[in-house]
Every structure is written in C-alpha cells, then in structure tokens.
Write a protein that binds this ligand. Structure first.
Ligand SMILES: [Cu+2]
Length: 420
C-alpha cells in the first residue's frame, strides 16, 4: 500500500496541496478551508478508491483525479469512471493565455479623473499592465486622513484601456508593508475569480496572470482577498474599459469617475484628524463618507472641465461596497447612456438618472450646449451631505438664451452646495 501511495501521482498531488501553505496554481476547482484532519481522510479515501479503480481498470494509463472531486471528499462507493479523467496539463503549472504572435504593448495607466487615449489600432495586442498595492495615509476629507489600501498609490486605482481580443497581462506586485495578502478580481476576465487566484500575492511577491478579453464593456476590478468587504472598503478598486473591435464613437472629452463609500470611526489611538476603518459600520451599511474619486472634494476642488458644445463622456463606476448609485448630473440630460457598461447594445437616449449597481459601471455622455456649472451626484440625495458631489464646469461665451433664460440675474440660494 505504501508503494502504491507513493507511486500514484494523484496522491502526491493531494498531499502537496493539503500541506502547502502557499496556494497552488489554479488547476481545477477551488481550494477549501477544511481542517487538516478532513484532508487526511480525503487523502485516505482517495488513495483507497484510486487503488480499487486502478486494480479493476488496469488497462487505463495514469489517470488523474479531478481536484474538485477530491476536495468534495467523494465517497469511494460513488466513484466511477467519470470521476477519473486524464489531464493533459502538467501538475502545478498555471494555465496561461498564450498568443505569442501578438505584439506586446505597455498599457497606459491613468489616475482619476484622467482616461487613457482611445485605442487607435484595429488589431489585438498582448497588453501589459503593471499594478502594485501599497498602504498610504491619504486625505479622506478636508481635515481627516485615513489609511487607504491602494492600487498604484491612488484611490480609485488606475484606469486600464484595452480592446476586445487583447490578451491582458497583469503584473501584480504586493508592496503592502502591513503584510496583508492581496489579489485582483477583474470583472472583464473570464475564468475563476476573475483572475484573483492567478494574482494572489503575499507581501513582497509579484504574480503574473494573462487573460484574454472576450467581451467589450466597462468593467470594475477590485481586490477580493479575505475579508473582501474590507479590502474594497479600504480603497482597492478601479475600472477597465474594453473597447469593441470598431472602437467607440469620438467624444471631445473623457473622464474617469468612481463612486464608493467609506466606513470610518475615530482612531482608537486618539490621534487627531485620523479616521479608522469600521467593519461594524460596514455590516450596518452605514457609511460615514460617500465620495467620488476617493475622497470628499475630489471633484469640487478640482472640477471636471469642458468647453461649450463639447461631447463629454464619463466612464462611471460604482464599487459600493454596499450602495447602489442613482447617478445624475444637475442641469444636463444624458444624451447617451451605455447602461451597465454594455458597449454592444445601442445606448439609451435622453436619460435623466441612471442606476449603477455596486460592482457595476455605466458610460454616460453629455453635450454641453449651455455654459455654466453642472453638478454630478448620486440622487439618493442625503449622500451629498456625506461627500458625494462633484462639478463639471463648462466654459463658453454664448449664453444660449434660446435654451436657458431668466428675466433677472441668476441667483443661487444662500449656502448653496449644489450649484456653486
Ligand atoms: Cu486586498
């Protein structure tokens, strides 16, 4: 029996995965968090079942047990020929998206509200994006700082722009000095975890995953390491635009705006003007801050800008982690809304407010016919009091009184937060 156990590749595989602390390459199925003793039982069951089957079916050569069957602890009585399938991939090797003939290109990564330039090419490339994670004490509002978990040093993380058919290579370096493991779940990726198990990195590690982009659209990405709610709530997210083959219609200006909530409480240390993460408030879905682009004031202190008559396109993401956004721009009607980031279907037209779910996105377009100040907000309006407001300032000399006119001079209400 000892000889049998030692000689069977399936048992070696099970033993290796049961006792290896570092997650193995994603072959098939998910790893479980069961206690070790159950894994021993699984190993024993697997070995005995395998011995029984190989004794009966000695004509089959070196079958391998699918990992998901092993992890489920399938009773030997239920094992059948279907439970054993020869695998052509090597043990321990990660699957890779290999299209070596594709030309390599470095992704242009931008910080919000900037967007990389449109994809001009009409062929696929092997697109390389370098992303790291760090911990930085950043301003959350005018007076308070907060330790944010970032991708490439900012909240939200970088905007990545690709084209459908590209192979996206992500080089993910964990530089979190707190020693916390991180990964990235890309909603644009087809496959387990959206790439998370391919990219899970402990402090100091760099992991690389390659993913073929099968679907056009605007997608969020976020860390999904446990506890995932905390990793998102602390700032680990961003957007990926996967353009359709034919590209997008031209726009005069493009912006990257992302909504999220923070759940905070005063620092336990008592340190002034420092806020800390509150898991309890997250559970209660009771945010202290709801913001655009990572902090209160990001889009009021430095508004988005355009000139009169321009088509402004906003790539809008909402990561939550809890709230659904009712995205609206005061004084403007969305000429186009690519709802839920769908770039295949014709866009909706003439929309006042669009719903963007947590973990979702939308592309909206405004034609700035009249100059002035326009206000971005989540029309769940109390959230404005928690910071969810931004401005788009439209410059222009033509007041267009045929569209907008008043008999008296314009006069905002006292202490107006909405229109200043
Ligand atoms: Cu993380």
């Amino acid at each position: 029996m000892f000889f049998l156990v030692k000689s069977l590749p399936v048992v070696r595989l099970s033993l290796q995965r049961s006792f290896s602390r570092v997650p193995s390459a994603p072959v098939l199925g998910a790893r479980s968090n069961r206690p070790r003793w159950t894994r021993w039982v699984t190993v024993a069951l697997t070995a005995s079942a395998f011995a029984a089957v190989t004794t009966k079916r000695s004509d089959e050569s070196s079958p391998l047990l699918l990992e998901h069957e092993a992890d489920l602890g399938t009773p030997s009585s239920r094992l059948s020929k279907k439970s054993f399938m020869p695998l052509s991939t090597g043990i321990g090797r990660a699957p890779t998206a290999t299209e070596p003939q594709l030309p390599e290109e470095r992704a242009v990564l931008t910080r919000a509200p900037a967007v990389p330039p449109p994809v001009a090419r009409r062929h696929a490339v092997h697109l390389i994006a370098e992303i790291n994670t760090t911990v930085d004490m950043l301003l959350l509002d005018k007076t308070n700082r907060y330790e944010m978990w970032t991708f490439n040093g900012s909240v939200p993380g970088p905007f990545i722009r690709a084209r459908v058919g590209d192979v996206l290579e992500v080089r993910f370096a964990n530089q979190d000095k707190n020693g916390i493991g991180h990964n990235i779940d890309f909603h644009c990726v087809t496959g387990p975890g959206g790439g998370a198990p391919a990219l899970y990195a402990e402090e100091g590690q760099t992991r690389v995953g390659t993913f073929k982009l099968l679907h056009p659209g605007l997608f969020v990405y976020h860390c999904s390491a446990e506890p995932v709610a905390s990793h998102i709530a602390n700032g680990m997210y961003g957007l990926v635009l996967v353009e359709p083959e034919e590209g997008l219609p031209p726009a005069d200006r493009e912006y990257y705006v992302m909504q999220n909530e923070f759940y905070t409480e005063p620092a336990v240390s008592g340190e002034r003007n420092v806020l800390e993460y509150s898991y309890a408030n997250g559970l209660k879905e009771d945010p202290s801050h709801v913001v655009f682009n990572g902090r209160v004031g990001a889009l009021t202190e430095r508004p988005l800008r355009s000139n009169q008559g321009e088509r402004v396109r906003i790539y809008f993401g909402n990561i939550g982690p809890n709230l659904v956004s009712s995205f609206h721009v005061i004084g403007a009607i969305f000429d186009k809304v690519y709802r839920e980031g769908d770039l295949i279907s014709p866009p909706a037209r003439s929309v006042q407010t669009t719903i963007v779910p947590a973990g979702g996105a939308a592309v909206v377009e405004i034609v700035t016919s009249v100059p002035g100040n326009f206000t971005l907000l989540d029309h769940s309006i109390f959230r404005m009091e928690k910071g969810c407001i931004g401005f788009l300032k439209v410059s222009g000399a033509n007041p267009r009184t045929d569209i907008y006119a008043a008999r008296e001079p314009l006069n905002n209400c006292p202490n107006c937060k909405l229109h200043s």
